[in-house]
Design a protein around this ligand. Structure first.
Ligand SMILES: [Fe+2]
Length: 449
């Protein structure tokens, strides 16, 4: 985990350095504009040669990252080589005016938090400087006219600078000794500083990642503990009316199934984000938490409820909302609480507006509650309850389909019906050993769930 996160930070460095490469190109173009305005006096032909080289480098680098992505380990070497080439080509073009830019590749390399990368970059850059220095005095415009008055060739340059002569009779070697070598030595001067920065960044990055991992682990542990407590409490509440803890797990699984199918179809994109779906799945077990305030006499009554009793059962939605506000109100994650409250309060609302407790209609009913409604009734149909036997899959599908656009949101229900075979696979897998599926039963529809 640490390694993957640690190397993932290379992605960030790669993206930063690609931006740096593009920015250097922009500066190169800017210099050309200055040239056009007559502020600089550079050679057009040389500009085009340099521009073609730099353009080719950028295209190759962009294609590479497009294909390979930013996370591959060798990506940094591709990018640093491209930066060294671009900077050295620019250096050939602009000569000693921009000597300082030769340090840039080392600064970019420091972002990778590796002394090895830093030294490799230095080595490649030294080679680049030794190649580009004589080229710059041969082809670069510099201010040859000002210094040399007439020419910029290496031979003439040496001619104009007699101090170079005593060292060697080879002009190129003189340039290397007098210009390339000092620049490479100056670059060594920044190595200790950059090494220090590299080590500091490396240490900070590791600390940050370790801290993130610890927080993530604690957060997951906390989340798992909370979820276990929620499942246990919900199971206890549900068990009062002989609904087993299975209902809690089943409805969570069905909510998970429905949200996944809706997401695959791109439905409710604005609301149904991955986080929303995750929270809805985790909040699903709490949908009937309000039943804790319904008396055993009503909740466990065999057979049908009287209208008065049913009115009392209906209040479990309001109780659920109140419990959520009073007891779980301290939970930091307000989005979770909002969804859990909406599910508990609105899971008996009907799409056609004839549900309870508020009689909300259509999309006025929160999405999580519309999903919960399908999951809740589906499991109630497929499960044995004290007032009925379990329905078969076919019968359940038939009953659910009849409520299309009536009790259930047609889009949410379609996510189930369109993927019915897959749902049957999930159901069969979950209850492969379950018994008690019959075709006929006492009650056609649960009065209260
Ligand atoms: Fe309910």
């Amino acid at each position: 985990m640490t390694d993957s996160l640690y190397y993932k930070t290379d992605e960030v460095s790669n993206k930063l350095n690609l931006k740096a490469l593009l920015f250097i190109t922009v500066i190169f173009v800017f210099i050309w504009i200055m040239n056009l305005l007559g502020i600089f006096i550079n050679d057009t032909q040389l500009f085009w040669k340099a521009a073609i080289f730099i353009g080719a480098i950028i295209i190759v680098v962009c294609i590479y990252f497009r294909i390979a992505g930013f996370s591959r380990p060798e990506g940094k070497y591709v990018l640093l080589t491209a930066l060294i080439l671009t900077i050295n080509i620019t250096y050939v073009y602009l000569t000693y005016h921009i000597t300082l830019v030769l340090i840039f590749p080392l600064i970019f390399a420091a972002l990778y938090r590796s002394k090895k990368v830093l030294f490799i970059t230095y080595a490649i850059n030294v080679v680049g400087v030794f190649i580009s220095t004589p080229l710059s005095y041969n082809y670069g415009l510099c201010d040859a006219n000002a210094v040399l008055t007439t020419t910029s060739t290496v031979a003439d340059f040496i001619e104009k600078f007699p101090t170079l002569k005593p060292i060697t009779e080879t002009p190129v070697l003189n340039l290397e000794l007098f210009y390339a070598l000092p620049r490479c030595l100056i670059m060594i001067g920044v190595i200790p500083l950059l090494t220090h920065i590299t080590v500091v960044i490396d240490r900070q990055t590791k600390k940050l990642i370790e801290s993130q991992e610890t927080n993530l682990r604690l957060s997951r542990e906390q989340q798992n503990t909370q979820q276990k407590i929620i499942f246990s409490l919900s199971s206890i509440i549900e068990s009062r009316d002989e609904v087993t803890g299975e209902h809690i797990h089943n409805t969570s699984d069905y909510v998970s199934f429905l949200t996944e199918k809706l997401q695959q179809k791109g439905e409710f994109k604005e609301v149904l984000t991955p986080k929303y779906a995750d929270l809805a799945i985790r909040a699903a077990p709490l949908h009937d938490v309000g039943k804790i305030k319904i008396s055993d006499a009503i909740l466990c009554k065999p057979g049908r409820l009287t209208p008065e009793e049913f009115e009392k059962v209906k209040l479990h939605t309001v109780f659920g909302k109140n419990i959520m506000a009073e007891i779980i109100g301290d939970i930091q994650d307000s989005e979770y609480l909002d969804i859990a409250t909406q599910m508990a309060y609105c899971h008996h609302e009907r799409y056609d507006g004839t549900g309870y407790p508020q009689g909300l209609k259509g999309e006025d009913i929160p999405l999580c509650a519309r999903i919960m409604a399908v999951a809740d009734v589906l499991d109630a149909l497929l499960s044995k309850r004290h007032y009925k036997e379990a329905y078969s899959l076919e019968k359940s599908k038939e009953i659910m389909s009849a409520e299309y656009g009536k009790q259930f949101d047609p889009v949410v229900l379609s996510a189930l019906l369109d993927n019915w075979d897959e749902f049957v696979g999930l159901y069969t897998k979950k209850r492969s050993s379950a018994a008690g599926i019959v075709e006929n039963n006492v009650s056609p529809y649960p009065q209260a769930s």
